[in-house]
Structure formats: structure tokens, C-alpha cells
Design a protein around this ligand. Structure first.
Ligand SMILES: [Zn+2]
Length: 337
């Protein structure tokens, strides 16, 4: 399959436009073709010099702060880390729990009740080093009794934990972790709805799964990611029913600008304006694309607000105030940054 055939399949997609906006902005090119891709590759390499991130994110996009999810503690004035939950609650095996303990300067305790303060110590330590949130996946919250979790921990230490044990431990510890996040001032970041393809079932991580989490941990701030795509109305209802859930349109304006518009329109109807974050990307590479994604997102927000202004619901000054809240003030408030 040739390049033009491959690209043409994605022309109408929400994902398609941002890279081409970036091509236009940074490379003065309208299209990607078999005649220019090698030259463009060389130009991109040549531009990839120290300062590239500042040039793209600060100069071209006017971004004040990036909630960085590349799963490292790497940070600058512009980037604040959010680590993945397994850094604190371990994974499928004993080694991953040993690693948590080691990071906190401890050895692996023989009981689960010994592990809990180590987990919290590490959360506090990372917070003090600059981490602002912990990322989890929005699976259904399952309440595990301590006796079952203790048993699972013993099985894990003995090297014969089965799938049920691993599941019980992760449910139990995730819940304790979210509670600790509230004490420490870390945001619980929850990926909901759409997966990155990969044959995964998006119905396993519906945004409504966040409601019991938020109710169980009222002092913890929850950042509900991706507008719960394709259920932004459900996501909105979760925020409406709680005081501690924020709705994040990150990635959703790339997946579908149409749905992002609908989401914002619905949320303006029934979610307080201080609880919506308008922008976030999903790029781990190709920082130039952020420019195109931001442009697409700004258009989504502008369209929804302009429609309401033209209908006389509020004036332009109010629309600009809402936009500023959603792009800047709201995430700063929720994350205390
Ligand atoms: Zn995500």
C-alpha cells in the first residue's frame, strides 16, 4: 500500500488534521507525499535540537504547564510528572512489589499492613519531588475485604499468586492509594472510555465507574480523562453528582471533534464551568503535533461558546471567561499548581 493510499484512508478523521496543521505551521507544507516525505524527515531531524519543546509548547502554543505522563519523574519548569499506579501498588508479581519498597528505601515487608505505609511514604516522596498525580485505568471499583487482600499478599510473597489474588491486591491497594492521594494532595487521574484500539473493550472502563471511586474518597480530586468517550453525558453526570470530579476533554477532541463539541455543550448545560478542562493531547512523540491538536480543540470550544453567544445566552466577555477557566484556571485549581 502506498503512502497516499494509507493517508487517504484517514483524511476525514479527527486525528488526521493536527499533524497537517503542524506541517503547515512548522514546515510550510500542505501535504505529505511520496515526493516530500524524505525531505520532511530530514527537516524534522534538523529541527530536533535542544529547546524544541519550548519552541513548540511555549512559543507556538502558549502552554503554561504540561501534565507529563511519560511514566518517569523527568520534569522541567514546563513539565510536571504523573506516574502510573503500578509504581505504587505493584503489578503482577513479587518483584514489582519489591521495587515499590526499594524506591521507598525499605525492604519488602512480610505483611500487607506493613506494605501500606511504604506505599504512602513513596507517594509522599514523589509528591515532594514534584509529582502531581497518579494515573489509573477506570475499571469498576471492587471492594476487597482486608482478610482476602492479606491472603493474596501472602500468596504473592510465596510465589503462587493466581489471577484472583493479583486482582484482589490491585483493587485493595488502588483504593488505599486513592485515599492516600487525598491526604497528600495528589490528583487521581483516571483513564475512561476509549482505549488506544488494540482489540480492547471500552465498555470495561465506562466513566460511570468513577462515581463510586469519588464517593468513597471525598477528599481526593479525580481527573476523569477523555470525556469518557463515547459517553460524555455519563461523564457529565458523574461530575454533576460529586464535588471532587473534574472532566477532561484530553484526547477526545482528537478522536472526535464532533463528540467533543457535544460533550462541552452538554456539560455547559449541567456541570459547573469550574469542573471542565478543555485541552490535553495524547502525544508521546512528535511535539509539533500539539500545535495542531490545540488548534482543533480551540475551534471546538470556540464553536460551542460562539453558538451560545449568538443565541443570546451570555455575552462574549462571559464566553472568554469560560474559555480561560477551561483552558487554564480549572486545571490549576484541581491540581494546585
Ligand atoms: Zn488515558
Amino acid at each position: 500500500m502506498g503512502l497516499s493510499v494509507a493517508v487517504s484512508r484517514f483524511r476525514p478523521h479527527g486525528f488526521h488534521r493536527p499533524p497537517f496543521e503542524a506541517l503547515r505551521r512548522f514546515f510550510d507544507e500542505e501535504d505529505l507525499t511520496k515526493d516530500n516525505y524524505e525531505r520532511l524527515t530530514e527537516q524534522m531531524r534538523a529541527r530536533s535540537t535542544p529547546g524544541l519543546f519550548d519552541r513548540c509548547l511555549k512559543d507556538a502554543c502558549n502552554i503554561a504547564l504540561v501534565l507529563n505522563q511519560n511514566r518517569t519523574m523527568w520534569q522541567t519548569d514546563l513539565f510536571k510528572p504523573i506516574l502510573f499506579e503500578t509504581d505504587f501498588i505493584g503489578g503482577n508479581d513479587r518483584d514489582s512489589f519489591t521495587a515499590v519498597a526499594q524506591q521507598a528505601g525499605a525492604s519488602l515487608p512480610s505483611t500487607l499492613s506493613g506494605f501500606l505505609p511504604i506505599m504512602e511514604k513513596l507517594l509522599q516522596q514523589r509528591h515532594d519531588e514534584g509529582m502531581i498525580g497518579v494515573k489509573s485505568i477506570g475499571f469498576e471499583r471492587v471492594v476487597i475485604e482486608p482478610v482476602q487482600a492479606n491472603l493474596a499478599y501472602h500468596h504473592l510473597l510465596a510465589g503462587h499468586a493466581d489471577g484472583d489474588d493479583v486482582g484482589a491486591l490491585s483493587h485493595y491497594l488502588r483504593d488505599r492509594m486513592w485515599e492516600a492521594c487525598g491526604r497528600i494532595g495528589l490528583v487521581a487521574v483516571v483513564h475512561t472510555g476509549v482505549w488506544a484500539g488494540n482489540y480492547a473493550d471500552h465498555a470495561t472502563i465506562r466513566p460511570t465507574n468513577v462515581l463510586p471511586m469519588a464517593l468513597a474518597h471525598p477528599k481526593t480530586h479525580f481527573d476523569l480523562f477523555h470525556a469518557g468517550t463515547p459517553w460524555p453525558a455519563d461523564a457529565g453526570m458523574v461530575a454533576r453528582a460529586t464535588h471532587n470530579v473534574w472532566l477532561n476533554l484530553c484526547w477526545s477532541h482528537l478522536i472526535s471533534p464532533t463528540q467533543a463539541e457535544q460533550a462541552l455543550d452538554l456539560w455547559l448545560d449541567f456541570v459547573p464551568t469550574n469542573r471542565v478542562f478543555a485541552f490535553g493531547g495524547d502525544y508521546w512523540w512528535n511535539v509539533e503535533n500539539v500545535y495542531g491538536a490545540l488548534k482543533q480543540c480551540r475551534e471546538v470550544v470556540a464553536k460551542v461558546l460562539a453558538r451560545r453567544v449568538s443565541e443570546g445566552q451570555f455575552d462574549e466577555a462571559r464566553a472568554l471567561w469560560i474559555a480561560k477557566r477551561m483552558f487554564h484556571d480549572n486545571p490549576r485549581e484541581a491540581y494546585s499548581v
